[in-house]
Design a protein around this ligand. Structure first.
Ligand code: BES
Ligand code: MN
Ligand code: MN
Length: 472
């Protein structure tokens, strides 16, 4: 279906309709903002069981909205608590099929006292809407929903659109993985559109050609049958926290090199061409360190550039250490067990399953001989690299050029979206291009989305739909 597409052929269709989506976004600005705010009010935190009902509510809200926009098929699939919202727009014979992926679940909002306005009371300050999920991913995916509304043409959109919006992205996508394993037909489309990642910089849209994968696990070390008095047994009883700290410290060298045997074997370094392109991107290490990271130094393997360290190399991070006594005051105890939550970000061609085995083996080898080590897998994702030469990539580039005045730059991202490989499993090009900004603070306090970015999203994705529809 993508043969013989030339820029000239595409261009002929652009200009007459360009203004439609722009006018739509301008005329409906207030309503578009109010609807997004309603969506953001629902605390659909998928990582916290206490919010299961809120996840369900967010799914129902979205389903109702898609019905209201004229989708003849809208279903909640595969789970009572975290259903996948599946919707199909009106059938338009002979036009391409575009599948929109996104997620309605969000990360926990803590630490709460760092929010300037409550995370689930979306608040506009300056040119931004502040709320948990504003950019990740409710705001971004909802801009696509509104783009669909913009081009829906009273029931005859320019293309066949389907939505697959899940409620477990932040907790590993289990439900959607199961669904896609059974329903391969869902990804049998001409293009998949994912808006769950930011621009490279303000004014610089991006097409994501790579995502890192993830291997998230808990390492538990046990040294005693039970906790002991540190006065009566201190000096002879092995301390689980001490054993855990040694174990963790043994897994990474001060240089930043991860000491897990075999870990780097599968790593494919980005091509010289790709690295040269990265080197041409505007990037100030100083600004990045002081403005975004907020640290005295950037860590990691210093012989690689910061961008390569984030986009092209694996990591090992400790997220939290549990066990022992952490309450107020003092308790003289020798802890019997201690657990660390850790994760590795993975790059092509690493596999989450293989890395889990390597981590488990390395953790056991790194622990003192008297410690029992258990490594429990929590969730994971394989890394992604995409070929971005199929026509839909040229069309999203064109849409950005028209709306933003600049073509998207091809970049990778350090983040992970577990189902992306499964979305492309049917051979469809997966177009990953979001409209957030790098300082949107996803997963952090005061998450936001720019009002103008959100409205630009409606226009860019609306244009993309129109341009896709004009493909013969
Ligand atoms: N949208 C993010 C991933 C992302 C962020 C990709 C920025 C590209 C650029 C997504 O919601 C996310 O946070 N994913 C998790 C993975 C999951 C298994 C918890 C992540 O990357 O930590
Ligand atoms: Mn996301
Ligand atoms: Mn996220």
């Amino acid at each position: 279906m993508w043969d013989n597409v030339s820029a000239v052929q595409v261009r002929r269709y652009i200009w007459p309709t360009m203004n439609d989506v722009t006018t739509f976004a301008r005329k409906n600005e207030r309503r578009l903002l109010n609807e997004l705010r309603a969506f953001l009010t629902i605390p659909s935190i998928s990582t916290t069981p206490a919010h299961d009902r809120d996840c369900r509510r967010a799914a129902e809200w979205l389903a109702e909205h898609l019905r209201h926009l004229g989708c003849p098929t809208v279903e909640l699939l595969s789970s009572d608590t975290h259903p996948v919202v599946w919707a199909k727009g009106p059938r338009v014979p002979g036009r391409p099929n575009v599948l929109v992926y996104g997620h309605y679940d969000v990360q926990p909002p803590d630490p709460l006292d760092e929010w300037e306005s409550p995370p689930f009371q979306p608040t506009i300050r300056g040119n931004n809407i502040y709320a948990r999920g504003a950019t990740d991913d409710k705001g971004q995916v909802f801009s696509i929903v509104k783009a669909f509304e913009a081009v829906a043409n009273g029931g005859r959109p320019p293309i066949n659109v389907a939505f697959l919006i899940e409620g477990q992205e932040e907790s590993g996508s289990g439900v959607l993985f199961d669904l896609l394993a059974k329903r391969r037909d869902l990804v049998d489309v001409d293009a998949v559109l994912v808006a769950d990642m930011p621009y490279y910089a303000p004014g610089w849209p991006a097409i994501e050609v790579g995502l890192r994968g993830l291997c998230y696990a808990e390492i538990t070390v046990r040294t005693l049958k039970s906790d002991l008095h540190s006065g009566l047994y201190g000096g002879v009883a092995p301390n689980a926290h001490e054993a855990l700290v040694h174990t963790l410290a043994n897994l990474k060298a001060p240089s930043g090199r991860i000491k897990i045997p075999g870990l780097y074997e599968a790593v494919a370094r980005p091509s010289t061409k790709e690295r040269d392109a990265w080197a041409k991107l505007p990037f100030s290490e100083h600004k990045f360190r002081t403005g975004e990271v907020g640290s005295k130094a950037l860590t990691g393997l210093q012989r690689y550039s910061p961008l390569e360290r984030i986009w092209g190399l694996p990591t090992l991070d400790i997220h939290g250490i549990m066990g022992g006594f952490t309450g107020e005051g003092a308790k003289t105890v020798i802890p019997a067990a201690a657990t660390a939550k850790v994760s590795l970000r993975l790059v092509p061609n690493q596999k989450a399953k293989t890395v889990l085995r390597q981590l488990a083996k390395a953790a056991k080898a790194a622990a003192p001989p008297f410690a029992d080590v258990k490594v429990e897998f929590i969730h994971g994702a394989d890394p992604v690299v995409l070929d971005v030469t199929a026509p839909p990539f040229a069309l999203i580039a064109q849409a950005f050029r028209e709306v933003e005045g600049r073509e998207p730059v091809p970049i990778r991202s350090g983040g992970s979206i577990p189902v992306v490989p499964a979305l492309g499993a049917g051979g469809a090009p997966v177009v990953m291009a979001g409209i957030g900004l790098p300082d949107d603070r996803l997963h952090a306090p005061n998450e936001k989305i720019g009002v103008d970015q959100y409205l630009k999203g409606v226009r860019v994705f609306g244009r993309f739909f129109q341009l896709m529809g004009d493909l013969k």
